[in-house]
Design a protein around this ligand. Structure first.
Ligand SMILES: [Ca+2]
Ligand SMILES: [Ca+2]
Length: 319
């Protein structure tokens, strides 16, 4: 397997003003921002979804489904079939876990590439060979409560590795959408699974480019979590059955860990079963009902209209 160091970053649509894209170079993570209300007081307005250019709007789905955020659902109530185990990546034994890598030089330069350690900590040098995108729009959902600044994506040794720098309150969800299969998938607004703490958020009222149909998603409803099995509030979902998402074990199949300010996860390419040379992805912070999104978008999109996705990350499956 060759490195992803040359991972190609393109955007499906033109970059918008203010877009901060850095495929390889490191930048300071932007934690600055001014105090803004939490989404209860300042959620994006419903009309944000109007005016999208998506020509598949004709079948707008009802993704509401009611507020289930705080219901103590049985863990397996909505679990789909457990999928076959994939190899668990080896830990890389990082020794400086307390130091985020933002702005640091590539300390792995010249060394063999290796798998990131899935521990929720973006360590110095750990993601330097990943494709990285950033955005610096201050959050309008509460500084220190709901934030999203960086997405790292890397294919290594047959697995997709993802890191998301940010945080999310328990009444919301941080979601990464992945289009790995060109022949299938859905627009999020056409997904209809409303059972499970992540499912309404994933089934969000998002308009996406007509060139994209999502097949998988990673989501989390709370920070400070180690994957420990099938988790109602964290992990990967298979969206190929748009009305009954399958889950993946957050420890053995798709290791997932969120510290208080970042999530890391990995999943086998064989599970995502990519059908092309690249995968498309984007991330949002959404209400649990999926009706509103925070203004912070990755890749960067118009902050006033976060429910319309214009820009997506293209990650090469292999080089
Ligand atoms: Ca790590
Ligand atoms: Ca697809």
């Amino acid at each position: 397997m060759t490195r992803t160091q040359l991972g190609l970053l393109t955007l499906a649509f033109g970059l918008l003003p203010g877009c901060a894209i850095s495929a390889i170079a490191e930048r300071e993570s932007n934690e600055a921002g001014i105090g803004k209300p939490s989404p209860e007081e300042d959620a994006s307005s419903p009309e944000a979804d109007s005016g999208g250019s998506d020509d598949r709007d004709g079948s707008a789905a009802d993704v509401d489904g009611g507020q289930d955020a705080n219901l103590p659902l049985p863990p397996l109530q909505d679990a789909g079939p457990a999928l076959p185990d994939a190899a668990v990546p080896s830990a890389d034994g990082g020794t400086d876990a307390s130091v985020p890598d933002a702005g640091k030089p590539n300390e792995d330069a010249g060394l063999p590439d290796k798998a990131p350690k899935i521990d929720g900590v973006i360590e110095a040098g750990e993601w330097t060979t990943a494709t990285r995108i950033t955005q610096s729009e201050p959050t309008n959902w509460g500084v220190g409560k709901n934030q999203l600044s960086d997405l790292y994506a890397k294919v290594f040794d047959g697995r997709l590795y993802i890191a998301l720098a940010g945080k999310v309150e328990a009444q919301n969800a941080l979601v990464l959408y992945v289009d790995s299969q060109s022949t299938g998938g859905s627009a999020p607004k056409d997904l209809k699974d409303d059972t499970g703490q992540l499912d309404n958020a994933i089934s969000a009222a998002l308009t996406i480019p007509s060139t994209m149909k999502v097949d998988f998603a990673f989501g989390v409803r709370a920070m400070g979590k180690w994957g420990a099995g099938l988790d109602d509030t964290m992990g990967w979902r298979d969206l190929r059955d748009p009305e009954n998402f399958a889950w993946f074990d957050t420890a053995s199949v798709a290791p997932s860990v969120c510290s208080l300010d970042a999530c890391e996860t990995s999943i086998a390419l064989a599970t995502l079963a990519p059908t092309g040379v690249s995968m498309l992805m984007f991330a949002r912070i959404l209400t649990a009902t999926g009706d509103a999104a925070s203004n912070q978008t990755l890749p960067y999109d118009a902050p006033s209209n976060p429910l319309t996705v214009s820009n997506v990350l293209t990650l090469k499956v292999d080089n």
